[in-house]
Write a protein that binds this ligand. Structure first.
Ligand code: E4P
Length: 218
């Protein structure tokens, strides 16, 4: 399973890189805005910086909503760095753009997936990744993990190469359940990745080992 970090914060990305388990990065316009990145030149420069920090796929989301503009923005992003994956929303024009990018050999991530039908459509258009949003479905009283299961099953039935990128993963149990269900990738904030480190018995056991060593060795 691949671990992507869901942020545009360079410090968090660096910390995840240093942990040695990071396979890529996802961003979205809200995450870019949170870091105060504004204006296309700064946005492009920020994506380039992220690509130079991470050895893996970096999703850069188009802002355009019509086909021609999506293609223009996406090709501009793709020219920035080989790590770029063009992130495209699940809309009619988005599906057409995914088809276009896939024919040109440009990797895509179809975002804002909330049904299995949307995921199937994106896979048929040739998306590299689909991003079902687990947490946002849970937020409205649906079962986000059930959607992951459905998409994993459908893609496996037909051998689609499109990877299931579980997004909006908010806590450690989400991540573990996505792994159990066979999601290819999870994307989540740094605290969810580092949350995997923790167990009180690990802390207690280590303290005991060190104390016992000290008793004998001083
Ligand atoms: C996906 O790529 C999105 O950036 C992200 O996972 C959304 O997560 P949120 O619902 O916690 O904002």
């Amino acid at each position: 399973m691949k671990f992507f970090i869901d942020t545009a914060n360079l410090k968090d990305i660096q910390e995840a890189v240093e942990l040695g388990v990071l396979d890529g990065v996802t961003t979205n316009p809200s995450l870019m805005a949170k870091e105060g990145i504004k204006g296309m030149d700064n946005i492009m420069a920020h994506y380039k910086q992220i690509c130079e920090m991470v050895d893996g796929d970096v999703s850069a989301e188009v802002i355009a909503v019509d086909f021609d503009e999506m293609v223009r923005e996406g090709e501009m992003f793709a020219d920035l760095h080989p790590n770029i994956v063009v992130k495209v929303p699940m809309t009619r024009d988005g599906v057409k753009a995914i088809k276009h990018f896939s024919e040109k050999g440009i990797k895509t991530n179809c975002t804002l997936i909330f049904t299995a039908g949307q995921a199937l459509l994106a896979a048929k258009a040739g998306a590299t990744y689909v991003s079902p949003f687990v947490g946002r479905l849970d937020d409205i009283g649906h079962d986000g993990l059930q959607l992951i299961q459905q998409i994993v099953d459908i893609f496996s039935n037909y051998g689609y190469p499109t990877q299931v990128l579980a997004a909006s993963v908010r806590h450690v149990p989400h991540l573990i359940q996505c792994a159990e269900l066979g999601a290819d990738v999870v994307t989540c904030p740094l605290n969810v990745i580092t949350g995997l480190l923790n167990h009180p018995l690990t802390d207690k056991g280590l303290a005991q080992f060190l104390a016992d060593h000290k008793k004998v060795n001083g």
